[in-house]
Design a protein around this ligand. Structure first.
Ligand code: ADP
Length: 274
C-alpha cells in the first residue's frame, strides 16, 4: 500500500513537471515566433529608406559632372557600396524570416545541370573583375539533370561562389556536380584556393548570427547571414550543406540534394530521364 501511494505521488509529480515543460516550450515557441516577426518587419522597414539613399547617391554621382571633388566622389561611392551591402543583408534576413515562418514553397521542376551552370557563369563572372582568380565550371556529364527547385539551388551555389570570390586572392575556383552513387543524391561542390577557415570556426559558420564575430576576425566584410540561409534552403530541398577547409590552402563548400525532389522529405524515387 505504501508503495502504491509513493508511486501515485511520483506520477503526480511527473505530470506536474510535464505540464511545466509544456508551458515553457509554448513560451519559447512564442518568443521564437515574435523574433521571426520582428526580423521580418524590421527588414521591410529598412527597405524603403535604404532604396532612397541608394537612388540619391546614384543620382549624385551621375549628376556630379565635375562639380564634386575627387574625394567627394569617392565618399559618395562608399555610400553606394554601403547601401548595396545593407541591401544584401536585408534580403538575406527577409529570406531567413520567410523560411522560418514556413512561407516558402519549394517548386519541383526538371532542369539540366549544364544550363544552370551556364546561367550562374554569366551572373558571377562579372564579380571577378580584374582579379587573379579563375572561375571554372566543370562540364557535367551530358544529359545530367535533376528534379528540384532550380532557383533555390542556384541561390545556394551563388552564395558559395561569391564567398569563394570574396575570400580568394589568387588561384582557382572550381564548381562541379556529381551523382552520389546509390543514394539518389547529387552533390555540388565549390572549391577555392583562398583563405580557408580554422577548424574551430567550421562548425559555426552555418549557424545564424553566430558567425558575425568570426567574420570580424577576417579582413573581408560580409553579412554573416549567407551560409545560414544556404543551410535552410538546402533543408527545404531535402538536402544538406557542408565544408572542408584548410586554413591558408582553401575550402570546399558542398550541397547535396535529392535528384528527384518530392514534397515528402525529398526522397528520391526514380532517376529523372535524361
Ligand atoms: P559573409 O561572407 O557575408 O560574412 P557568410 O555566412 O556567407 O557571410 O559566411 C560566414 C563566414 O564564413 C565569412 O564571414 C567567412 O569568415 C567564412 N567563409 C565563407 N566562405 C568562405 C570561403 N570560401 N573561404 C574562407 N572563408 C569563408
Amino acid at each position: 500500500l505504501q508503495l502504491t501511494r509513493e508511486l501515485e505521488e511520483n506520477n503526480r509529480a511527473v505530470k506536474v513537471l510535464y505540464a511545466e515543460l509544456d508551458e515553457k516550450a509554448e513560451h519559447l515557441r512564442r518568443a521564437d515566433q515574435a523574433k521571426t516577426r520582428f526580423l521580418s518587419n524590421m527588414s521591410h522597414e529598412f527597405r524603403t529608406p535604404l532604396s532612397s539613399i541608394r537612388a540619391l547617391a546614384k543620382l549624385l554621382l551621375a549628376r556630379a559632372d565635375g562639380e564634386l571633388s575627387e574625394g567627394q566622389e569617392k565618399q559618395v561611392s562608399y555610400i553606394l557600396q554601403g547601401t548595396v551591402a545593407l541591401n544584401e543583408m536585408v534580403d538575406d534576413l527577409l529570406d531567413l524570416a520567410k523560411i522560418e515562418a514556413g512561407k516558402v514553397d519549394v517548386r519541383a521542376e526538371r532542369f539540366m545541370v549544364a544550363e544552370m551552370f551556364s546561367t550562374l557563369r554569366g551572373l558571377l563572372r562579372p564579380l571577378l573583375g580584374g582579379s587573379a582568380v579563375a572561375l571554372t565550371f566543370q562540364e557535367p556529364p551530358p544529359g545530367l539533370a535533376l528534379v528540384s527547385d532550380q532557383g533555390k539551388l542556384s541561390q545556394i551555389l551563388r552564395n558559395f561562389i561569391s564567398n569563394a570570390i570574396k575570400y580568394t586572392e589568387q588561384g582557382d575556383i572550381t564548381v562541379l556536380a556529381a551523382l552520389v552513387p546509390g543514394q539518389g543524391m547529387m552533390r555540388f561542390s565549390v572549391a577555392d584556393t583562398g583563405l580557408g577557415i580554422a577548424a574551430a570556426d567550421q562548425a559555426f559558420i552555418f549557424e545564424e548570427f553566430s558567425q558575425i564575430e568570426n567574420r570580424l576576425q577576417t579582413r573581408v566584410k560580409g553579412t554573416g547571414l549567407g551560409l545560414p540561409l544556404c543551410r535552410k534552403l538546402a533543408d527545404l530541398l531535402g538536402g544538406s550543406v557542408g565544408v572542408e577547409s584548410v586554413p591558408g590552402a582553401g575550402s570546399v563548400f558542398h550541397v547535396s540534394v535529392p535528384i528527384n525532389y518530392t514534397a515528402q522529405g525529398g526522397e528520391a524515387a526514380t532517376m529523372p530521364h535524361s
